[in-house]
Design a protein around this ligand. Structure first.
Ligand code: ASP
Length: 261
């Protein structure tokens, strides 16, 4: 039987410190181990993101920044090439929102929000925790994300505390299909940066469409970055069966790891 190529890319958000790529390295390492243990690709992508949500240096999960009212509200989403998609937005009090999004992907719904998303998580047995301890309110973007290829199928996963210091009802690109992330039979894409611009550009879907047309990941990345003004931070991770690419117009902690099965 021929070998399957495994690829994992993970990032700590557009604007995150490159020096924190030890965190994204660790996340990729776990992702590779999971794929080698034949963990389903969507679960592997979500477990990679879980590691980054638990790293307080990144604005997601434990490190989520506060809104102007002092609350922490988190968005997360995941998608695989079998068109499974699930998302949560404005979720409070849950340590790992990405796993709630994964449950949504397996339900009849696609996006759950606010108090009702929290209620859903509690019904599933997730623990209610105080996420507000010490998190800064200073304006900051950052999202954590991953794209994964298990040799056959693709997945993308994203999680964010949003933009620190933003108003409570604000939701960015992360839980919006085709904006923050997209996965299909031709590859997977995830985005980070200025959520409103990412959304207006339908960034993940239009980048995926380039893969579908046969454009290589690095060229697709360069084209997608050119859709943004210098004042709008943007970063992407892209994988297809022939390669991968990642980059940002800001500093960005990100890593890639390949292996075989
Ligand atoms: N895109 C995220 C948001 O707007 C933030 C980020 O990735 O930096 O919610």
């Amino acid at each position: 039987m021929s070998e399957k190529q495994l690829i994992i890319l993970a990032h700590g958000g557009a604007g995150s410190d490159n020096a924190h790529s030890d965190g994204t390295d660790r996340a990729c390492q776990l992702g590779l181990e999971l794929l080698q243990a034949r963990t389903p690709v969507l679960e592997a992508a979500c477990r990679v993101v879980e590691i980054l949500e638990d790293d307080p240096r990144f604005n997601a999960g434990t490190g989520s920044r506060k809104r102007t009212d002092g609350t922490v509200r988190m968005d997360a989403a995941c998608m695989d090439s079998h068109r499974r998609f699930g998302a949560v937005s404005a979720l409070q009090h849950i340590k790992n929102p990405i796993h709630v999004a994964r449950h949504v992907a397996d339900s009849e719904n696609r996006l759950l929000t606010g108090e009702d998303a929290l209620q859903y998580a509690l019904e599933l047995g997730f623990e209610k925790v105080d996420m507000t301890g010490g998190n800064s309110i200073a304006p900051s973007t950052d999202t954590v994300g991953a794209v994964v290829f298990d040799g056959t199928k693709f997945a993308a996963a994203l999680s964010t505390g949003g933009t620190g210091g933003s108003r409570p009802g604000r939701v960015g690109d992360v839980p919006l299909i085709g904006c923050g992330l997209y996965a299909g039979e031709h590859g997977a894409v995830c985005c980070t940066g200025h959520g409103e611009s990412i959304t207006l550009n339908l960034t993940a879907y239009r980048t995926y469409a380039m893969l579908e047309q046969g454009i290589a990941p690095q060229e697709a990345l360069d084209i997608a970055l050119s859709w943004f003004e210098d004042s709008q931070d943007i970063g992407l991770l892209i994988v297809n069966p022939n390669g991968h690419a990642g980059g940002s117009n800001r500093s960005m902690a990100w890593s890639t790891l390949t292996g075989a099965l």
